[in-house]
Ligand binder design. Structure first.
Ligand code: PLP
Length: 387
């Protein structure tokens, strides 16, 4: 190296760290610019090639590692990261739908996905239609020649119906329609979606993968290479990138995810069973409970449940009363999302959200965190007393 001024030395250092460092955590690679060895490798660089690097937005060892690990967990082959679960959903729609196409969404779909459907219908010449989440094989009657995509959610994340995914996938396959599953509830641990015939799995990594209530991220996973190539094009064109630090935080949650998920599951079943015998509650909408529509598909297809479920209050209680119950809870934060250590609660005006919702009464959703269940139950009991 020729002699450098101090200014240049601030930028170009001669130090190279010794090789051979090994540790369990993956390294965090920050980069916008990715350096090429020479002009020839720059010219032959292809952003689609995951064995090489072209630009920070197109992938670093950090994001490629997280993608590969998520694909493994889900039983898929290919994965793309997005800056939120919702961004992952919209990336799938923009990749696979064009003007003139039709998309089917369950009536209990994650509400921002419904909002996306409204936007596609209003401004993009795509029709978004809604089906009864318990439609099963009846979905065949809704499939039109221009239907390209069916979204599913197992279960719906507020009303908790468990769909017959096998029947929906079989009907879709027969007509050459793709099925995408929002598999966030089971974290990719308790439902082997690809084995049931699902083509595209979406995960909100914001939930159990992170586990810390501190990261927003999403993933799209497939087994099919041609399919991920179509989605990768949208990923590139939309500039979907995630921060290296956030990718690291999600990766840090993975080794403990199954243990956390199982702890949430056991605690949620215990709290739900306690709620079930309360006179104020008419139904416990937890897929492992018989009250829950689609319970038989839960038993058939799932190996676990996680921490999220809902209850219906007896219609004799007004919204003002159930709001008082929610406000009285001390260990449950009032907030959206789930998958972190803290228990959460959220009341919903479910009758206004759904067509043909059969029940009266206020719906309240719980995310059971990792607190001691005896303390959670004591907290619920004192809040019931304030109804
Ligand atoms: C949270 C969630 C999403 C969206 O994830 P974000 O990272 O918050 O955008 C999508 N679907 C379901 C079922 C979710 O619970």
């Amino acid at each position: 190296m020729t002699k450098k001024t101090l200014q240049t030395t601030l930028i170009h250092s001669d130090y190279v760290a010794p090789e051979g460092f090994a540790a369990f955590p993956s390294a965090i690679h920050h980069a916008s610019t990715v350096l090429f060895k020479d002009v020839a490798s720059m010219r032959s660089g292809d952003w689609k090639n995951k064995n090489a690097y072209t630009y920070g937005l197109h992938g670093t060892p950090t994001t490629f590692t997280l993608e590969a690990r998520l694909a493994e967990i889900e039983g898929g082959k290919h994965c793309l990261l997005a800056p939120s679960g919702l961004a992952a959903i919209s990336m799938v729609d923009l990749a696979l739908l064009k003007s003139g196409d039709d998309v089917l969404l369950p009536d209990n779909v994650y509400n921002p996905n419904r909002e996306l459907g409204r936007w596609l219908s209003a401004d993009f010449g795509i029709t978004a239609r809604y089906y009864d989440p318990l439609i099963g094989a009846g979905i065949a009657e809704l499939i039109q020649p221009n239907t390209k995509l069916i979204w599913t959610e197992a279960p719906g994340s507020v009303s908790m119906e468990v769909p017959d995914l096998r029947a929906i996938c079989a009907a879709a396959k027969e007509r050459g329609v793709l099925v995408a599953l929002d598999n966030t509830w089971s974290a990719g641990l308790a439902l082997r979606a690809f084995d049931l015939g699902v083509d595209i799995v979406m995960q909100a990594l914001t939930k159990y993968q992170s586990g810390g209530s501190d990261v927003l991220m999403g993933a799209v996973i497939t087994r099919d290479e041609a399919l991920i190539e179509r989605i990768a094009l949208a990923h590139m064109r939309l500039g979907m990138g995630v921060s290296a630090d956030d990718a690291y935080l999600v990766m840090r949650g993975l080794p403990t995810m199954k243990l956390r998920f199982e702890a949430h599951d056991a605690a949620a079943r215990k709290v739900a069973a306690w709620l079930k015998q309360r006179p104020e509650i008419t139904k416990v909408l937890h897929p492992a409970f018989e009250d829950c529509p689609g319970h038989e598909f839960f038993k058939r297809d799932f190996s676990g449940a996680g921490g999220l479920f809902s209850v219906l209050f007896d219609p004799r209680y007004t919204e003002a009363q159930t709001d008082r119950f929610v406000d009285a809870l001390k260990l449950f934060g009032i907030g959206y999302s789930w998958g972190g250590a803290n228990s959460l609660v959220m009341p919903y005006r479910i009758q206004a959200m759904r067509r043909n919702w059969p029940d009266a009464g206020i719906l309240v959703r719980f995310n059971i965190g990792l607190e001691d269940t005896d303390d959670l139950i004591a907290d619920l009991a004192q809040a019931f007393a304030k109804l």
